[in-house]
Design a protein around this ligand. Structure first.
Ligand code: PGA
Length: 250
Protein backbone atom coordinates (compact mmCIF):
# COMPACT_ATOMS: atom_id res chain seq x y z
CA UNK A 1 0.00 0.00 0.00
CA UNK A 2 1.30 3.45 -0.96
CA UNK A 3 1.41 5.75 2.06
CA UNK A 4 1.74 9.49 1.66
CA UNK A 5 5.05 10.78 3.07
CA UNK A 6 5.17 13.64 5.55
CA UNK A 7 8.03 16.07 6.01
CA UNK A 8 7.41 18.17 9.10
CA UNK A 9 9.70 20.97 10.23
CA UNK A 10 9.61 21.65 13.96
CA UNK A 11 11.01 25.14 14.45
CA UNK A 12 10.92 24.82 18.25
CA UNK A 13 11.66 28.23 19.88
CA UNK A 14 13.26 29.69 16.74
CA UNK A 15 12.31 32.32 14.14
CA UNK A 16 10.43 35.56 14.62
CA UNK A 17 6.87 36.17 13.39
CA UNK A 18 8.14 38.86 10.99
CA UNK A 19 10.45 36.43 9.16
CA UNK A 20 8.23 33.34 9.25
CA UNK A 21 6.14 33.79 6.09
CA UNK A 22 9.10 34.72 3.88
CA UNK A 23 10.98 31.70 5.19
CA UNK A 24 8.11 29.38 4.27
CA UNK A 25 7.83 30.98 0.81
CA UNK A 26 11.57 30.65 0.19
CA UNK A 27 11.37 26.94 0.86
CA UNK A 28 8.25 26.43 -1.24
CA UNK A 29 9.99 28.19 -4.15
CA UNK A 30 12.77 25.62 -4.09
CA UNK A 31 10.70 22.47 -4.01
CA UNK A 32 8.71 20.53 -6.53
CA UNK A 33 6.26 18.40 -4.63
CA UNK A 34 3.71 15.87 -5.81
CA UNK A 35 0.57 14.32 -4.34
CA UNK A 36 2.60 11.63 -2.55
CA UNK A 37 4.11 14.05 -0.05
CA UNK A 38 2.77 16.49 2.53
CA UNK A 39 4.87 19.34 3.88
CA UNK A 40 4.17 20.60 7.38
CA UNK A 41 5.63 23.68 9.04
CA UNK A 42 5.47 23.84 12.82
CA UNK A 43 6.34 27.37 13.94
CA UNK A 44 5.94 28.84 17.41
CA UNK A 45 2.43 29.98 18.39
CA UNK A 46 3.19 33.66 17.78
CA UNK A 47 4.14 32.99 14.13
CA UNK A 48 0.85 31.24 13.32
CA UNK A 49 -1.19 34.31 12.23
CA UNK A 50 1.64 35.51 9.99
CA UNK A 51 1.91 32.45 7.75
CA UNK A 52 -0.26 32.40 4.61
CA UNK A 53 -2.89 29.74 4.23
CA UNK A 54 -1.96 27.43 1.36
CA UNK A 55 -3.02 24.12 -0.16
CA UNK A 56 0.67 23.35 -0.81
CA UNK A 57 1.59 22.90 2.86
CA UNK A 58 -0.02 22.41 6.25
CA UNK A 59 0.61 24.02 9.60
CA UNK A 60 1.20 22.25 12.90
CA UNK A 61 1.40 23.79 16.34
CA UNK A 62 4.05 22.52 18.72
CA UNK A 63 1.66 22.02 21.63
CA UNK A 64 -1.89 22.66 22.84
CA UNK A 65 -3.93 22.59 26.02
CA UNK A 66 -6.74 20.08 26.43
CA UNK A 67 -9.41 22.47 27.73
CA UNK A 68 -11.50 24.54 25.32
CA UNK A 69 -11.00 27.78 27.27
CA UNK A 70 -10.69 29.01 30.83
CA UNK A 71 -8.23 30.12 33.49
CA UNK A 72 -5.03 28.52 32.17
CA UNK A 73 -2.54 31.36 31.97
CA UNK A 74 -0.02 30.92 29.18
CA UNK A 75 -1.83 28.07 27.46
CA UNK A 76 -3.35 27.78 23.96
CA UNK A 77 -6.53 25.82 23.19
CA UNK A 78 -7.34 23.71 20.15
CA UNK A 79 -10.17 26.17 19.29
CA UNK A 80 -7.60 28.94 18.97
CA UNK A 81 -5.37 26.76 16.81
CA UNK A 82 -8.19 25.89 14.41
CA UNK A 83 -8.80 29.64 14.07
CA UNK A 84 -5.15 30.04 12.97
CA UNK A 85 -5.40 27.46 10.14
CA UNK A 86 -3.58 24.80 12.11
CA UNK A 87 -4.34 21.22 11.07
CA UNK A 88 -1.75 19.17 13.03
CA UNK A 89 -0.52 19.37 16.63
CA UNK A 90 2.79 17.90 17.81
CA UNK A 91 2.03 16.08 21.06
CA UNK A 92 4.39 14.48 23.53
CA UNK A 93 7.59 15.83 22.01
CA UNK A 94 10.54 14.69 24.07
CA UNK A 95 11.37 18.29 25.05
CA UNK A 96 7.83 18.68 26.42
CA UNK A 97 8.13 15.37 28.26
CA UNK A 98 11.59 15.97 29.70
CA UNK A 99 11.87 19.74 30.22
CA UNK A 100 8.23 20.44 31.04
CA UNK A 101 7.46 17.11 32.68
CA UNK A 102 4.52 16.21 30.45
CA UNK A 103 3.14 12.80 31.31
CA UNK A 104 1.48 10.26 29.02
CA UNK A 105 -1.81 11.16 30.74
CA UNK A 106 -1.41 14.82 29.72
CA UNK A 107 -0.47 13.77 26.20
CA UNK A 108 -3.60 11.60 26.12
CA UNK A 109 -5.81 14.56 27.12
CA UNK A 110 -4.19 16.70 24.42
CA UNK A 111 -4.69 14.03 21.77
CA UNK A 112 -8.38 13.71 22.65
CA UNK A 113 -8.83 17.49 22.55
CA UNK A 114 -7.21 17.55 19.09
CA UNK A 115 -9.39 14.75 17.75
CA UNK A 116 -12.53 16.43 19.15
CA UNK A 117 -11.60 19.52 17.19
CA UNK A 118 -10.62 17.78 13.93
CA UNK A 119 -6.90 18.42 14.47
CA UNK A 120 -4.49 15.59 13.72
CA UNK A 121 -2.08 14.82 16.54
CA UNK A 122 1.50 13.91 15.70
CA UNK A 123 2.26 11.67 18.66
CA UNK A 124 5.97 11.62 19.49
CA UNK A 125 7.47 8.66 21.28
CA UNK A 126 11.05 7.67 21.98
CA UNK A 127 13.40 6.02 24.43
CA UNK A 128 16.34 7.51 26.31
CA UNK A 129 19.83 6.09 25.84
CA UNK A 130 19.54 4.42 29.27
CA UNK A 131 16.33 2.68 28.15
CA UNK A 132 18.02 1.47 24.97
CA UNK A 133 21.13 0.25 26.78
CA UNK A 134 18.94 -1.73 29.17
CA UNK A 135 17.01 -3.24 26.19
CA UNK A 136 13.83 -1.48 27.40
CA UNK A 137 13.05 0.34 24.15
CA UNK A 138 10.04 -1.74 23.11
CA UNK A 139 8.59 -1.68 26.62
CA UNK A 140 8.98 2.10 26.94
CA UNK A 141 7.45 2.74 23.51
CA UNK A 142 4.61 0.39 24.27
CA UNK A 143 3.72 2.30 27.47
CA UNK A 144 3.97 5.65 25.69
CA UNK A 145 1.74 4.42 22.87
CA UNK A 146 -0.98 2.75 24.96
CA UNK A 147 -1.13 5.42 27.67
CA UNK A 148 -1.13 8.28 25.17
CA UNK A 149 -3.79 6.60 23.01
CA UNK A 150 -6.04 5.44 25.85
CA UNK A 151 -9.67 5.71 24.67
CA UNK A 152 -8.61 6.43 21.09
CA UNK A 153 -10.45 3.81 19.05
CA UNK A 154 -8.98 4.42 15.62
CA UNK A 155 -5.61 5.38 14.19
CA UNK A 156 -7.18 7.09 11.19
CA UNK A 157 -6.42 10.63 12.30
CA UNK A 158 -3.14 9.96 14.08
CA UNK A 159 0.44 10.41 12.89
CA UNK A 160 3.23 8.77 14.89
CA UNK A 161 6.78 10.08 15.16
CA UNK A 162 9.50 7.82 16.54
CA UNK A 163 12.20 10.08 17.95
CA UNK A 164 14.89 8.43 20.07
CA UNK A 165 15.66 11.02 22.76
CA UNK A 166 19.41 10.46 22.34
CA UNK A 167 19.23 11.32 18.63
CA UNK A 168 17.35 14.63 18.96
CA UNK A 169 19.59 17.61 18.29
CA UNK A 170 22.73 15.59 18.93
CA UNK A 171 23.89 14.79 15.40
CA UNK A 172 23.71 11.10 16.41
CA UNK A 173 21.15 9.63 14.04
CA UNK A 174 19.91 6.15 14.88
CA UNK A 175 21.40 3.54 12.55
CA UNK A 176 19.31 2.18 9.69
CA UNK A 177 19.04 -1.13 11.54
CA UNK A 178 17.85 0.57 14.74
CA UNK A 179 15.26 2.67 12.89
CA UNK A 180 14.08 -0.26 10.76
CA UNK A 181 13.75 -2.61 13.76
CA UNK A 182 12.06 -0.04 15.98
CA UNK A 183 9.48 0.99 13.36
CA UNK A 184 8.69 -2.72 12.93
CA UNK A 185 8.32 -3.06 16.72
CA UNK A 186 5.99 -0.05 16.81
CA UNK A 187 3.71 -1.69 14.24
CA UNK A 188 3.75 -4.92 16.24
CA UNK A 189 2.81 -3.02 19.43
CA UNK A 190 -0.08 -1.29 17.64
CA UNK A 191 -1.35 -4.55 16.15
CA UNK A 192 -2.26 -5.82 19.61
CA UNK A 193 -4.93 -3.09 19.80
CA UNK A 194 -5.75 -1.86 16.30
CA UNK A 195 -6.81 -3.40 12.97
CA UNK A 196 -4.08 -4.46 10.57
CA UNK A 197 -5.47 -2.19 7.84
CA UNK A 198 -5.23 0.84 10.14
CA UNK A 199 -1.73 -0.04 11.33
CA UNK A 200 -0.55 -0.63 7.77
CA UNK A 201 -1.83 2.75 6.65
CA UNK A 202 -0.52 4.72 9.67
CA UNK A 203 2.20 7.24 8.83
CA UNK A 204 5.18 6.59 11.08
CA UNK A 205 7.82 9.32 10.89
CA UNK A 206 11.40 9.16 12.11
CA UNK A 207 12.96 12.12 13.91
CA UNK A 208 16.39 12.71 15.41
CA UNK A 209 19.21 14.51 13.58
CA UNK A 210 17.70 14.01 10.13
CA UNK A 211 19.76 15.97 7.59
CA UNK A 212 20.22 16.33 3.86
CA UNK A 213 23.03 13.75 4.10
CA UNK A 214 21.08 10.93 5.77
CA UNK A 215 17.52 11.56 4.48
CA UNK A 216 17.89 9.41 1.37
CA UNK A 217 18.95 6.23 3.17
CA UNK A 218 16.42 6.71 5.99
CA UNK A 219 13.47 7.22 3.63
CA UNK A 220 14.42 4.03 1.78
CA UNK A 221 13.41 1.99 4.86
CA UNK A 222 10.10 0.17 4.42
CA UNK A 223 8.27 1.48 7.49
CA UNK A 224 9.58 5.08 7.46
CA UNK A 225 6.94 7.39 6.00
CA UNK A 226 8.70 10.70 6.42
CA UNK A 227 10.47 12.82 9.00
CA UNK A 228 9.98 15.18 11.90
CA UNK A 229 12.91 17.55 11.59
CA UNK A 230 14.28 20.10 14.06
CA UNK A 231 17.65 21.70 13.29
CA UNK A 232 17.68 21.01 9.55
CA UNK A 233 14.23 22.57 9.14
CA UNK A 234 15.58 26.00 10.13
CA UNK A 235 17.69 26.42 7.01
CA UNK A 236 16.04 26.98 3.61
CA UNK A 237 18.55 24.95 1.61
CA UNK A 238 18.73 21.95 3.90
CA UNK A 239 14.95 21.67 4.44
CA UNK A 240 14.26 22.11 0.71
CA UNK A 241 16.91 19.49 -0.13
CA UNK A 242 15.31 16.98 2.25
CA UNK A 243 11.85 17.65 0.79
CA UNK A 244 13.20 17.10 -2.73
CA UNK A 245 14.93 13.86 -1.71
CA UNK A 246 11.76 12.49 -0.12
CA UNK A 247 9.62 13.61 -3.08
CA UNK A 248 11.95 11.74 -5.44
CA UNK A 249 11.62 8.61 -3.28
CA UNK A 250 7.85 8.83 -2.67
P1 PGA B 1 16.51 17.42 15.36
O1 PGA B 1 15.12 17.53 16.15
O2 PGA B 1 16.17 17.17 13.91
O3 PGA B 1 17.17 18.74 15.58
O4 PGA B 1 17.26 16.29 15.96
C1 PGA B 1 14.07 16.64 15.89
C2 PGA B 1 12.89 16.98 16.75
O5 PGA B 1 13.08 17.45 17.88
O6 PGA B 1 11.74 16.79 16.34
Amino acid sequence: MKIKSIIAGNWKMNKKPSESNAFVNNIMNQVNVNENIEIIFSPSFVCLPFIDKSDKYSIASQNCHWEKDGAFTGEISTNMLVDCNVSYVITGHSERRHIFEESNEMVNSKIKACLNNKLKPILCIGETIEDRNKCLTKEVLSTQIFDSLKGVETLNDIVLAYEPVWAIGTGKTASLTQVGETHKDIKEILLSKYDKIEVDSLQILYGGSVSSSNAEELISLADVHGFLIGGASLDVDSFATIINIVTKNS
